[in-house]
Design a protein around this ligand. Structure first.
Ligand code: NDP
Length: 277
């Protein structure tokens, strides 16, 4: 495994296992620099969303990096306010325009929304067929949402991007997604901006044993579980360090010790199960 490692999605498209998240990054040099630094450090995957309000800066960072567009994997997500019938396609086109891209690699429904998700998915299928999204998927979907969506979906979502970190290991949902052929992506993989994982004694001990940081241990744990992970940072040194996770391996006992930190149902975000379809 190295920084170029990918996972094959259910339509054959390869998604890089490691990406940069940009939630709470401002629509200015903060995002532009983070994206450019990440690409310079070898990241080939950027995760944004219309709701983050920074797609313009993500696009600028990509252009400034000088990377060949085809070598990069860009994800964005439909804003909740654009999930109404008639607004979805415009929402997508707004994102392309902000990013200054002709296509995205992955387009996600950001959250399930009562009464709106199924109609939205039909538009996503159209977008996919038009070639302007190489893959389409969902985020914050629990089992009940998949059951409903798949009643009349023509395309099975390629991805479910969910809250996932050592305090929420999501083993059950991962197994369900595996059966459906849906790849799992971890959001807040380091426990989010107000998380407490960096102080966890088990993680600190493991990090010390491997002469790594807690962040590197967590990212490695996610990668070894086959999960796509998108840690966010706006600090160049952290962006570089978060990708320096390929020269060590967590043995089975460390993987188990981290799995045992699961505190489900403790979450940072809402529990999607409570959202009707
Ligand atoms: P993360 O779990 O990635 O944690 C980010 C926090 O950790 C920031 O405060 C960052 O600070 C800090 N951090 C990063 N690296 C290090 C390090 N090496 N050492 C110490 N601190 C560090 O949280 P996010 O919630 O941002 O999740 C990641 C991405 O997932 C988002 O950016 C977004 O793209 C996506 N996401 C998707 C959601 C969805 O609903 N689909 C919901 C939430 C997130 P600093 O920047 O100062 O370095």
């Amino acid at each position: 495994m190295d920084i170029n490692s990918t996972k094959k999605l259910n339509n054959g498209v390869e998604i890089p296992l490691l990406g940069l998240g940009v939630l709470f990054c401002k629509d200015n040099e903060e995002t532009v620099n983070a994206v450019r630094w990440a690409i310079e450090a070898g990241y080939r995957h950027i995760d944004t969303a219309a709701a983050y309000g920074n797609e313009k800066s993500v696009g600028l960072g990509i252009r400034q990096s000088g990377i060949d567009r085809k070598k990069l994997f860009v994800t964005t997500k439909l804003a909740l306010e654009d999930m109404d019938p008639g607004k979805q396609m415009k929402g997508f086109e707004k994102s392309l325009q902000s990013l200054q891209l002709d296509y995205v690699d992955l387009y996600l429904i950001h959250w399930p929304m009562p009464g709106k998700t199924r109609d939205c998915w039909k538009v996503f299928e159209e977008i996919y067929k038009s070639g302007r999204a190489r893959a389409i998927g969902v985020s914050n979907f629990a089992e009940n949402h998949f059951v409903e969506l798949l009643r009349d979906a023509k395309i099975v979502p390629a991805v479910d991007q969910i809250e996932l970190h050592p305090h929420l290991s999501q083993q059950k949902l991962m197994e369900y997604c595996k059966k459906l052929g849906v790849a799992v992506e971890a959001w807040s993989p380091l426990g989010g901006k107000d998380g407490t994982l960096f102080d966890d004694p088990v993680l600190k001990k493991i990090a010390k044993q491997h002469a790594k940081t807690v962040a590197q241990v967590i990212i490695r744990w996610e990668l070894q579980r086959g999960i796509v992970t998108i840690p966010k940072s706006t600090h160049q040194a952290r962006i570089i360090a978060n990708a320096d996770v390929y020269k060590f391996e967590l043995p089975a006992e460390d993987m188990k010790a981290i799995n045992d930190l699961d505190r489900d149902p403790m979450r940072h975000g809402r529990d999607p199960k409570d959202i009707e379809f």
